[in-house]
Ligand binder design. Structure first.
Ligand code: DPN
Ligand code: ZN
Length: 318
């Protein structure tokens, strides 16, 4: 979304609903989360780039490149056996679209959601922001299908519209859900920017969020720990689509490889890359193209998404 600050989430909601149980470490050892193919994720990014190229250079809300992105992701999910629906809303005089996908099965009263915004800014194709999170989540959805996963909990993924106009799609989704449906959602994981060219490895801080969850933070950190990549926590506040879920009292977590912020010397020592330079110098610019992706960061983040989803949804060991 835009870089403008968003009204802080009411502090009074702190910790409401933040109780969440996930399997213990020993159960995690038996996790059979797949290694997500970064080549497949990159192929999805190439598709987003092509869609932008064919539609005036962007995939922005209200522009044809956004709807084309929705149609393409939906077709992949439908072919893989997900149950999809497109929910419309209106923003700035244009129709917006959220794409919702349910994996059949699991406890319908115990829903684990994950989401990524699918729209770009109008200035460019939005490949890192947020083709990266959208493509990673799509490839994890396809991996769920390949595994014919039978998780304990019900899995639902969302690709949000009009995030860049002020978190409009995700807010519309949460605010139009019946309260009984809202109360079934036990976790929301957000993936907004996961392939930054000068990457960070940030996990949303449980303590920095109104309903940040230590269990979700840990599930998101665990893959990085196993591959020996240090993470830092970050307080993303209300800057992405988790915000509406947090306001509704739903435990949230997420991953973030950095935007306009500057990498410190200490961060460059532990993560490589360039100190005193932006994590993503093409943030919200026309140069946010497929060339604006660090493949190693994209790979690690996509694997971490799969790991966390397998773990939080209670996927059985093979
Ligand atoms: N979607 C971008 C933004 O809201 O400015 C990137 C971002 C995501 C920034 C998550 C902070 C946290
Ligand atoms: Zn974004």
């Amino acid at each position: 979304m835009a870089r403008k600050a968003i009204a802080p989430i009411a502090a009074g909601l702190a910790l409401v609903g933040a109780v969440l149980t996930v399997p213990t470490a020993s159960a995690a050892q038996a996790l059979a989360a797949p290694d997500i193919s970064v080549a497949n994720v990159q192929a999805h990014l190439n598709q987003f780039q092509t869609i932008a190229n064919n539609n005036g250079g962007n995939r922005a809300h209200g522009r044809p490149g956004y709807k084309a992105s929705v149609d393409w992701v939906k077709s992949k999910l439908d072919a893989a056996g997900w149950t999809t629906s497109v929910k419309t809303f209106t923003s700035s005089g244009a129709t917006g679209y959220n794409l919702i996908a349910d994996w059949p099965g699991g406890d319908a009263n115990n829903v684990v959601m994950a989401g990524a915004h699918l729209d770009s800014v109008s200035a460019g194709p939005g490949i890192n922001d947020n083709g990266s999170g959208s493509a990673g989540l799509l490839e994890v959805a396809l991996a769920v299908s390949r595994a014919q996963l039978k998780p304990t909990k019900h899995l639902r993924f969302g690709w949000w519209g009009a995030e860049e106009l002020g978190l409009v799609g995700s807010t519309n989704y949460v605010n139009t859900l019946a309260s009984t449906e809202k109360s079934k959602i036990k976790a929301y994981l957000n993936f907004d920017m996961t392939g930054s060219p000068n990457p960070a490895y940030f996990v949303y801080a449980a303590s920095g969020q109104p309903t940040g969850s230590a269990a979700l933070q840990q599930a998101l950190e665990e893959h990085f720990t196993r591959i020996g990549v240090p993470t830092e926590t970050t307080s993303v506040g209300g800057r992405s689509d988790h915000a509406a879920f947090a306001r509704a009292g739903i435990p949230i977590g997420g991953l973030f490889s950095g935007a306009e912020g500057t990498k410190t010397a200490a961060q460059a020592r532990k993560w490589g890359g360039t100190a005193n330079a932006a994590f993503d110098p093409c943030y919200h610019r026309s140069c946010d193209r497929t060339t604006n992706i660090n493949a190693t960061a994209l790979d690690r983040h996509s694997d971490a998404i799969a790991y966390a989803i397998w773990k939080v949804a209670g996927a059985p060991a093979r």
